[in-house]
Write a protein that binds this ligand. Sequence first.
Ligand SMILES: [Fe+2]
Length: 385
Amino acid sequence: MADLKTFRFVYGGTTLYFGPEATEKAKDHLVGKKRSLIVTGKRSAKDSGALDDVLKVLDELSIERKIYDKVRFNPTVEIVEEIVEELNSFGADSIIAIGGGSVIDSAKLAATAFAEGRKPEEYLRWIARASKHLFLVAVNLTHGTGTEVDRYAVATITRTKEKLGTAVAYPDVSIDNPKYMLTLSKSQTMFTSLDALYHSLESAVNPASNVMVRDLSRVATEKIREHLKSAIERPRDIETRYMLLYASMVAGIAIDMAGTSIIHGLEHGLSGVVPELEHGAGLAIIGPEFIKLLYSVRPTETWEVMRALDPSLRPSPDDYEKAGEALRRFQESVGFNLRLSDYGFNEQKIREAVEVSWPLYDSRRFPGLPEMSKEDVVSILRKLL
Ligand SMILES: [Fe+2]
């Protein structure tokens, strides 16, 4: 049995508790609060046992609460605005987000928009700069996004289908408890871990990366390679969940420090146009093709992480095809073989997605990457239908 200790550390603006006793240990941070709005989705907070644990803590501390449970994946600004209204009408002094990326990101945006009296869209368009937020606790229910340790939030502007990311708020307190991951479905297990894998790869390859980012990314990739298959086969094994959660958490720090790259830029366009596309699935469909580009331009940095997937890779641009193959083979080994057409994409939707994501794609390009036209990107995506 591995060492599954619970530990605490501070990163950014977040005090994070990690491990099977994380929820109990984080409790003191709520002392003195009077009214908490719990933000969550329909089922996972209940199924995982997290909601019951949080309600117990609130009872012990005599904190009144109201539950808002309408967050769906790929959340919209309308959802965030509804949460802000709930915060106002309830007179909340704190917000407790229990969920994955969609829930925690919606809560980050709402906590900021509420405290500053501005529209969520202004943050997503970087018109407003966030400087304060309502006290926010994030109870993380997936091992993917890393949003519990970063300041970013992503939401979709419905009328333009733009899925945009912005820097708003570190949660004040985050809880990474692996026991809440035991009820994740097979596909959630796979997609969220693949999201964490791409956080590792893309932050390492980003010119803003540093030795720490690449070390964290390599460790995350090793853990995902080592444990993802067994988590899919034995979903209720706490040790594999602990390791995958650790991987996604350190990959979250990596993206907070260095950002993502063109794969995330493009994926946001795809799932903006087809909201049924899970973020991790979108990344994994396009990733093996686009990692080749990144490997050919920044072979050393990409190799530092990707050698965890294929030790025979060399830090040479000549290995770019091999790198794409290594990623594809790994994904297939855990049972991932989806394509864009499985989500109803066709030529027209691909074009729409490229159009929508172009500013994001372009902003994540970095010196040395070959000049690509929209038509070039469309033709790569067409092969993935
Ligand atoms: Fe992501």
